[in-house]
Design a protein around this ligand. Structure first.
Ligand code: ATP
Ligand code: MG
Length: 266
């Protein structure tokens, strides 16, 4: 079985137009509104970064987009299909086309790496045990971790855990991968390795990426576009190509986010 061929077929046959459309999305916890009337879209194969201060609602937005939190109002469409109005079965199909890498990796500590990566395959596919083992090995190779199947998460370094979590996120050949802080807690060299891997996956498989991150180096080396969220505005205060925003914006908040200290005063 050649998974890479399979993924290529999937991405080639995907519809034209935006991969993701978020329209007037309002997200809240009970009475506490976090984001109000947020709208943006993400093109197929685009790498979008969601940035903004701590507590402004980045993870909340991600949670709404992957079906973990029901928005108060608004619409989310994936490849032209409504996610919020979809039947349970349709929603399951849409969710199957996502890969998610959570801030904490969320690998099960009592399971081996192979068992962790096999989980979505067991849940969503009818592959045999042997096929699943083959896919697990292939995914681990793709993320540069061949042969760690029998190890437990605690036996891996921070960087290796992130890669293993990415292997699990890629298990079902997703069309879209969502990342919450993929390089947080990593040293700069390991973080750069993770960035390179994300870029490689995006190029080889044509995967659309939505990434929450604070890392300027990641933003400037990976992002086609960024949206900047603001907690007070409860929405997006900037949307564009990061280099352009950094060079052209006169808004102090945007410059604070996108320019390292020494450049801000220039
Ligand atoms: N389960 C919850 N119930 C109530 N309020 C919540 C819940 N989760 C988050 N919040 C609140 O929602 C707001 C946005 O939180 P969120 O985690 O989305 O921020 P964030 O931008 O991801 O922050 P960080 O950069 O620190 O990860 C915060 O004020 C937070 O306290
Ligand atoms: Mg967060």
């Amino acid at each position: 079985m050649k998974l890479s061929d399979n993924s290529k077929l999937q991405s080639d046959s995907a519809t034209q137009g935006p991969a993701i459309e978020v329209e007037n999305l309002t997200c809240a916890y009970g009475d506490k509104t976090i984001l109000k009337d947020v709208s943006f879209s993400v093109k197929e194969r685009e790498i979008l970064f969601i940035i903004g201060g701590s507590g402004c609602g980045k993870s909340t937005l991600l949670r709404c987009m992957i079906g973990l939190l029901a928005p108060k109002s608004g619409e989310i469409r994936y490849f032209g299909k409504s996610f919020l109005k979809a039947s349970q079965e349709e929603q399951r199909d849409i969710l199957k086309s996502f890969g998610v890498l959570y801030q904490s990796n969320a690998l099960w500590s009592s399971m081996t790496i192979a068992e962790n990566i096999a989980l979505p395959l067991e849940q969503y596919t009818t592959h045999s045990k042997e096929e699943i083992a083959e896919i697990v090995a292939l995914k681990l190779e793709q993320v540069g971790l061949p042969g760690v199947q029998e190890l437990y998460p605690r036996e891996l370094s921070g960087g290796m855990k992130k890669r293993a979590a990415l292997a699990r996120a890629l298990a079902l050949d997703p069309k879209i991968v969502f990342f919450d802080e993929p390089t947080s807690g990593l040293d700069p060299v390991t973080a750069r390795g993770m960035d390179d891997l994300i870029l490689e996956v995006s190029k080889i498989f044509g995967t659309t990426m939505v990434i929450v991150s604070h890392e300027l180096s990641s933003i400037f080396s990976l992002a086609h576009r960024v949206i900047l969220l603001d907690g007070e505005v409860q929405g997006i205060i900037a949307d564009g190509e990061p280099k352009k925003l950094a060079a052209e914006s006169h808004n102090e908040q945007i410059r604070n986010f996108l320019l390292p200290g020494q450049l801000r005063s220039l």
